[in-house]
Design a protein. Sequence first.
Length: 514
Amino acid sequence: MILPQPQSLFLCITAFLLSAPTSTLADTHNNKPPSLENACTVLSTALPGLVTFPNTTLYALENTYWSTRQSALGPACFVTPKTTAHVSNTLKILTSLRQPFSVKGGGHAAFPGASNSDANGVTIDLFRLTTLSISSDRKTVSVGPGNRWINVSTALDEAGLAVVGGRVADVGVGGLILGGGISYFSGARGWACDNVRNYEVVLSSGKVVNASPSTNPDLYWALRGGAGTNFGIVTRFDLVSFEQGPLWYRSQIFPGALNATIIPIFQNLTVKGLPLDREAHTYFVMTHIPALGGFIVLSDQFRSTPLPPSPQTIPPVFQPFNPIPTIFNSTIVANISTISKAIDAPYGFSQLWLNTAVSATSAALLSDFVPLYESYANTLIAKANGTEITPYLIFQPIPTNILQAMQVNGGNTLGLTPSDGPLVIVQLAVTWADSSINEFVVQEAKSLLGKIEALAKKRKLYNGFVYMNYAEPSQDVLGSYGKENLARLRKVARKYDPQGVLQKLWRGYFKLDG
Ligand SMILES: Cc1cc2nc3c(=O)[nH]c(=O)nc-3n(C[C@H](O)[C@H](O)[C@H](O)COP(=O)(O)OP(=O)(O)OC[C@H]3O[C@@H](n4cnc5c(N)ncnc54)[C@H](O)[C@@H]3O)c2cc1C
Ligand SMILES: *[C@@H]1O[C@H](CO)[C@@H](O)[C@H](O)[C@H]1NC(C)=O
Ligand SMILES: *[C@@H]1O[C@H](CO)[C@@H](O)[C@H](O)[C@H]1NC(C)=O
Ligand SMILES: *[C@@H]1O[C@H](CO)[C@@H](O)[C@H](O)[C@H]1NC(C)=O
Ligand SMILES: *[C@@H]1O[C@H](CO)[C@@H](O)[C@H](O)[C@H]1NC(C)=O
Ligand SMILES: *[C@@H]1O[C@H](CO)[C@@H](O)[C@H](O)[C@H]1NC(C)=O
Ligand SMILES: *[C@@H]1O[C@H](CO)[C@@H](O)[C@H](O)[C@H]1NC(C)=O
Ligand SMILES: CC(=O)N[C@H]1CO[C@H](CO)[C@@H](O)[C@@H]1O
């Protein structure tokens, strides 16, 4: 998810003022089940110096999450393995003690408990697993799950390479790849999960295995969108890399009043423009920014290869936006590190995401979501009573070229084929400051999503795919992959975790057993 820059700047300052990473639940120390003291103690004996307890500076650092709904929790202890063998040992200890746990990659999931535990659990923080190496033939980059995308792009920009990865600097590699992964390069290459050559995985037994098209191909398939939580902790991603220089990037902000002009351009791009220019990438955001006069529309546009001869040369695919008057517009050519930092989103707020997918064939459907969104946004703003709140309506295209690119290496788990497309992910996101209204915001957003789904169904334009990485826990993500894929995922999970230990103990992302 990407924020308009003027606001990002404003939010950065606010986030800085608001940031106070304290954990309230960690204080409920005395109500822990007996095994818990045990788990943290056993772990600190087995991994000396790698277990962190509350009331330390390191604990506060590890308990920093992008969404304060996550940092409001706080585990009994963090365990921070340095090697794959440490991860294996950690899993063996936790499963033998039947100790519930969570796993933190980059900590960018929005909902509470997605990658953090409360005081009754342990959180495995992967931040020390920082492998980052380019193969001698430059075709593969091996990345440890302790890296953020900025670490990957800093190294790859320097080498003149890129991978199909996250668009935003501080997001973690693990959650993004395991849930799917929408990238600048998806038009020609599919999502991040379609561009992994091999996963190194620690299973619930502690056994370390590899998963690739030739080794454990069933597990390889399952990890392409099926979430780590059902299969194991990935300790290394071997990603396809390719020669790549800088990107062209235009960011435009329009008055919200022009939504009905911009949506048909976006819709036509999704259906016609993007499939004709597979190196182009875009998304549409509607939001409310008081400093810009209220509702606005943001369109971010990217193009990789061949690069336009100057920043001012607008690639033909994006020229339809040219005549529309903007509040703000900027065009740059820059490396991926620079662009991914420009669109980063600050810490220190409650965050919420929900999404569904609809057919991209009707601009009228997308336009008709706007009044529903406007009325909901006004309700949220009133409820916030002067405290900061930013409700977003985001459209992310899945044009047919991306659906085709997803079919490589036997296809992924998402259950999407070219004949389902073209699609648009309709994503609701909210960023707000007052945590006392968390429940209200969640309920309102669910209610709006219900209205959006109902309208799409009524017009026979509903698809129903739910993208894991933008979902709330109440959404049936894995069910949305289709009956056949769900059954196949369950079969793979039973093979690699016969006792269903991860289903019971790993708290976090979307589970096969509900
Ligand atoms: C500012 C921002 C920008 C974003 N941009 C994009 C984007 O461009 N494209 C896109 O597709 N999505 C994007 N997202 C969504 C992003 O994909 C998810 O938030 C994702 O969960 C982030 O991964 P993480 O490792 O930081 O998350 P975490 O919260 O650490 O983890 C999420 C889940 O993955 C599990 N997990 C993490 N690492 C591993 C591992 N190594 N092995 C097994 N399980 C693991 C965790 O246990 C947890 O269940 C963005 C999110 C934010 C906040
Ligand atoms: C340390 O934790 C205890 C509870 O476990 C709490 O009472 C105390 O205030 C904390 N101290 C600091 C300095 O945060
Ligand atoms: C990743 O990048 C951040 C920001 O530049 C930096 O602070 C951090 O040290 C890097 N991590 C590694 C493992 O290099
Ligand atoms: C990326 O661009 C920035 C800004 O121009 C520059 O400072 C940085 O050195 C570049 N990184 C690489 C690896 O070229
Ligand atoms: C969206 O466009 C319609 C039609 O022009 C307009 O009536 C409405 O006010 C716009 N919505 C917002 C939130 O600006
Ligand atoms: C839709 O996109 C196609 C392909 O880019 C373009 O030729 C056509 O003019 C566009 N139509 C409209 C109405 O913008
Ligand atoms: C809204 O804020 C004002 C002052 O900022 C306060 O007086 C009032 O009680 C608040 N209303 C609610 C419903 O919280
Ligand atoms: C559509 C629009 O407003 N375009 C403007 C973007 O900014 C450049 C200058 O940076 C202007 O020349 C364009 O007219």
